[in-house]
Design a binder for this molecule. Structure first.
Ligand code: SF4
Ligand code: SF4
Length: 135
């Protein structure tokens, strides 16, 4: 029982950290799915963009920082452009990558190919960091 409570607390902390880093309100999302329709990289994701928001709303952060989807995201902003609620998913994806990299106990980073393990910083993290300073 105490293990369940500790996992729940840990998930709450992760959700808070992702919200602070991304500065996005997860609860504004009403699951219309436009972000997923607009995303050109869903084929490489294990969780589609609208599902990422749903898991965040449900407090299921651990499965997201272990997900391949944030590493497939190229930060193109199509999702944010089409979202009727102004949710910027690209920022959430970047926050998920950051939280993942901050926790060295997280399993590993993915490429866009199924399960390929990386021992160095993934390219998508470098591209996202570069965009942050050039936008
Ligand atoms: S487009 Fe916006 S409101 Fe619709 S599912 Fe995606 S994040 Fe949620
Ligand atoms: S920013 Fe990422 S999640 Fe959004 S549409 Fe582009 S690739 Fe997909």
């Amino acid at each position: 029982m105490s293990q369940v409570i500790s996992l729940h607390r840990r998930e709450e902390e992760l959700i808070k950290e992702i919200a602070e880093l991304s500065e996005q309100n997860f609860y504004a999302c009403y699951q219309c799915g436009k972000c997923t329709s607009a995303c050109p990289l869903t084929f490489a994701m294990d969780e589609p963009p609208h599902q990422i928001l749903r898991f965040l709303q449900l407090g299921q952060a651990k499965r997201l920082i272990e997900s391949r989807s944030p590493w497939a995201c190229i930060g193109c902003l199509s999702c944010a452009t089409y979202c009727p609620k102004g949710v910027d998913l690209a920022r959430i994806m970047e926050a998920l990558r950051t939280v993942h990299l901050r926790r060295l106990d997280a399993p590993f980073c993915y490429t866009q190919d199924d399960g390929e393990r990386l021992s160095t910083l993934p390219q998508s993290a470098l591209v996202a960091a570069l965009r942050k300073v050039t936008w």
